[in-house]
Ligand binder design. Structure first.
Ligand code: ZN
Length: 182
């Protein structure tokens, strides 16, 4: 089983700065595979390792016809042009709010084998790169909303059926080797 439960808003792992990956080993490749499969199963534009409870700087993306992953990513904005549009997050399921993002970014990082890679993104791909990189710093997209929308978002989250629900039953063993990296 490679599709894994996604951690929900309120889980401290989503507010923790994830650690740099130092070992490009089989466990990393398993993590990338699980991220890709869970993202695809959920029909998401991206998924970051902390959302699976693994505090490492890895995410996958699927937007604008491009699917991939980045390890230890950084991004730069290509110009100051912004985009506005609805954004959502698997960790805040079923809820969407308008969120302003840069229109064009370039992300640099490594693939699962440790080779340097670069991904240029516009529109939804650019949005996914910014959203997923935020996850690695413990930042959620609701932090990027304008104050009025954020208040509304917090109200809706508190009323959401999943919020404060008991922990789901964990059916997989966590990555002990990866999880202890700090
Ligand atoms: Zn998210």
């Amino acid at each position: 089983m490679a599709v894994r439960p996604v951690r929900l808003f309120g889980d401290p792992v989503l507010r923790t700065r994830a650690a740099e990956v130092v070992d490009f080993d089989k466990e990393l490749r398993n993590l990338v595979r699980d991220l890709l499969e869970t993202m695809t199963e959920e029909g998401a534009a991206g998924l970051a390792a902390p959302q699976l409870g693994i505090s490492l700087r890895v995410f996958t993306y699927h937007a604008e016809g491009v699917t991939g992953h980045l390890v230890n990513p950084r991004f730069e904005v290509l110009d100051e042009q912004m985009q506005d549009g609805p954004e959502g997050c698997l960790s805040i399921p079923g809820l969407f709010w308008d969120c302003q993002r840069y229109q064009r970014v370039v992300a640099r990082g490594y693939d699962q084998h440790g080779e340097p890679i670069e991904v240029q993104g516009t529109e939804r791909l650019a949005r996914a790169i910014q959203h997923e990189t935020d996850h690695l710093d413990g930042v959620l997209f609701i932090d990027r909303l304008d104050p009025e929308t954020r208040k509304q978002a917090m109200r809706e989250i508190r009323q959401a059926r999943w919020f404060g629900a008991p922990e789901p039953v964990v059916k997989f063993s966590p990555h002990p080797m990866l999880g202890k990296v700090r």
